[in-house]
Ligand binder design. Structure first.
Ligand SMILES: [Zn+2]
Length: 169
């Protein structure tokens, strides 16, 4: 068994351990889920941006740097990407590297750049591609919205310049 949920469906709210006192708008986790703080949740919810909804996040443990006083754990949300950019085919070239016999998941060769087929993309501002559900794409409108709200603890790379083969940092 590879451990991937067969329907790729999340069955419950995420439960995380949180470390450190300083919380950014985006809270880093060691998986591809996107966690945001309450402030970012609130402004995104009031925005015109499309392609996402939210789930609650449970905080199992909050290990602070300087726990001088008791504080309630912060409220965090999972930003669940709902937008659909369609398939990487036919506009990109990739070959399957392996297929899981249990769930049918196909490991695709990393792309050197990402080309989105506008006829397959649903027009949302934040979306995934079928073959690479862990890579999140956003529109320029999405980036401009964050910048205009002074949220800048992230890095965006134009999709045509983004190589999955490169190291992230
Ligand atoms: Zn599998």
């Amino acid at each position: 068994m590879c451990g991937r949920p067969k329907l790729m469906k999340q069955v419950g709210d995420l439960c995380i351990d949180l470390f450190g006192d300083k919380l950014a708008h985006f809270v880093w986790v060691d998986s591809y889920e996107i966690i945001v703080n309450m402030e970012l949740h609130d402004i995104l919810e009031q925005s015109e941006l499309t392609g996402f909804n939210f789930r609650n996040v449970k905080i199992d443990l909050w290990e602070r740097d300087y726990p001088l006083e008791e504080l309630p754990a912060p409220t965090l949300y999972q930003l669940v990407v709902k937008g659909n950019g369609g398939s990487i085919f036919p506009q990109n070239i990739s070959h399957s590297l392996a297929t899981c016999r249990d769930c049918g998941y196909i490991d695709w060769e990393p792309l050197d750049q990402i080309k989105v087929d506008k006829s397959q993309w649903d027009g949302t501002d934040i979306f995934n591609l079928t073959e690479f559900p862990g890579f999140t794409l956003v529109t320029e409108k999405f980036c401009t919205f964050l910048t205009s709200n002074h949220i800048n603890e992230y890095r965006v790379i134009p999709s045509e310049e983004f190589s999955m083969k490169a190291k992230p940092f």
